[in-house]
Design a protein around this ligand. Structure first.
Ligand code: SAH
Length: 441
């Protein structure tokens, strides 16, 4: 039986989310051939200099430089999300998205013995909208969480976005502590009084009992691209085009390169993308969860080891040639969930990927939508709620394109006993909300 505590949740957010007609990054596939102007951006100059001095660079290095170079990276100094940015994400479309994820974490916390403390850790929190919606649910369900010490930990490389996150999440009256040289580069207190800290790297987040969240984070991690040739796998590199001034082009490496080790021996595709950084992060999350308990929820667009060329760019809600005007557009590649699963294997259990519309349906999106619609008399708000629902759930929009994937301790799925706190010991439930219909324990 599913019993949903929707009526206890907060009122509709006053802030209207972005209107719907913007595309999201998952939608299109770039051939990289669209004609476009090629302004000489500071990033292009930097890359040309780098290639001239040390030779062509891998697509992974190109992506990493373009997105997160500390001086000129696309993510570092701009707010690219939302109506005025380059792309839009689910939490920016509807408050319901974050609310249901908040319910997911509470449901997991309850199912695993209601620990006396947990850390909520988000990788790549964007504008802080998602964690803000989750924390609102935690506040509304304060009676359930009342004896639990919660802290928030954000892993963010962008100076600009971390400032926006702080504005969204913290109380102006309580000044933030800043220390650019420290692994914890910013600290404060959220509007609901929860300690919050910022890091550039997951490794610096304390290893306590934690719930991890990564929404549209893995797709921005650098990928290596390969093509099968009669001589074997050859990696795609970025080089300077000798025919056109100030232009980059793709070339194939003349011989094997080290990243080839990431390709499966029985690979049948003739073009593949591999993302070693994603593997490193999944291994770290898996080790942490195996050691201290908790869970990780990953939501992104992607495939299960089937797609080939998905590396693409977005600028101003339009597809953008990945090699043109680097630093001015977002770069992304579909997440290979089969690879994430392999990297978790043996350490923790994984669930999914399942489609976003199935996950949100299981979490009770229809009931939550009805509660919000019943509460609102404002036609524009009602219309926005319905449009947001359609965008998140419609199989032709985000409903089928986006996937949910979770990492959990093995005992969580085996119905074993919860070991962390003998006093609160209780059997693990076998069903995990979202991947099955939500039912409060
Ligand atoms: N999760 C948000 C934002 C997605 S955009 C949402 O769904 O709205 C990707 C986010 O990851 C941005 O916050 C970006 O600054 C951050 N990011 C990109 N590369 C990163 C890295 N290597 N380490 C940490 N954060 C990174």
């Amino acid at each position: 039986m599913s019993v949903l505590l929707r009526s206890g949740l907060g009122p509709l957010c006053a802030v209207a989310r972005a209107a719907i007609p913007f595309i999201w990054r998952g939608k299109y596939f770039s051939s990289g051939n669209e004609p476009a102007e090629n302004p000489v951006t500071p990033m292009l100059r930097h890359l040309m200099y780098k290639i001239k001095s040390t030779g062509p660079i891998t697509v992974a290095e190109y992506m990493k430089e373009v997105l997160t170079n500390p001086a000129k990276g696309y993510y570092v100094y701009r707010d690219m999300l939302g109506e005025k940015g380059d792309f839009i994400t689910s939490p920016e479309i509807s408050q319901i998205f974050g609310e249901l994820l908040g319910i997911w974490f509470i449901s997991e916390w309850m199912a695993t013995g209601k620990s006396t403390a947990f850390q909520l850790v988000e990788l790549g929190p964007g504008r802080g909208t998602l964690v803000g919606d989750i924390l609102r649910v935690f506040t509304q369900l304060g009676s359930v969480l009342k004896n639990c010490d919660i802290s928030v930990h954000l892993v963010e490389v962008s100076q600009k976005l971390s400032e926006i996150q702080a504005l969204t999440l913290t109380e102006e009256k309580v000044p933030l502590e800043r220390n650019a040289g420290s692994p914890v580069y910013m600290k404060g207190v959220t509007k609901s009084g929860i300690p919050i800290s910022w890091y550039r790297d997951l490794h610096d987040v304390p290893k306590g009992y934690s719930f991890y969240l990564a929404h549209e984070f893995f797709d921005v991690l650098p990928v290596h691209k390969f093509q099968k040739t009669p001589q074997g796998w050859r990696e795609v590199f970025v080089d300077i085009d000798p025919q056109v001034s100030d232009k980059l082009r793709f070339v194939l490496a003349p011989s094997a390169t080290p990243a080839e080790a990431f390709i499966q021996h029985d690979e049948t595709r003739d073009h593949v993308e591999v993302c070693p950084d994603a593997g490193v992060i999944i291994e770290e999350l898996s080790q942490r969860i195996a050691l201290t308990g908790g869970a990780a929820l990953v939501a992104d667009y992607g495939h299960d080891g089937t797609k080939t060329d998905t590396f693409r760019g977005f600028c101003d809600h339009k597809l953008h040639d990945v090699l043109i005007a680097p630093g001015t557009a977002d770069l992304t590649a579909d997440v290979d969930f089969s690879y994430l699963r392999r990297m978790a294997q043996g350490k923790v259990a994984s669930l999914g990927p399942i489609k976003q519309h199935t996950f949100l349906k299981n979490m009770g999106i229809d009931v939550r939508l009805k509660v919000l619609l019943d509460k609102s008399n404002e036609p524009s708000v009602r219309q926005q709620l319905l449009q947001g629902y359609d965008m998140l759930m419609n199989p032709k929009k985000m409903g089928e394109r986006f996937n949910f994937f979770a990492l959990l301790p093995h005992q969580r799925l085996q119905g074993g006993r919860y070991q962390r706190n003998a006093r609160q010991s209780k059997p693990f439930a076998s069903v995990v909300a979202g991947f099955s219909e939500l039912a409060w324990q």
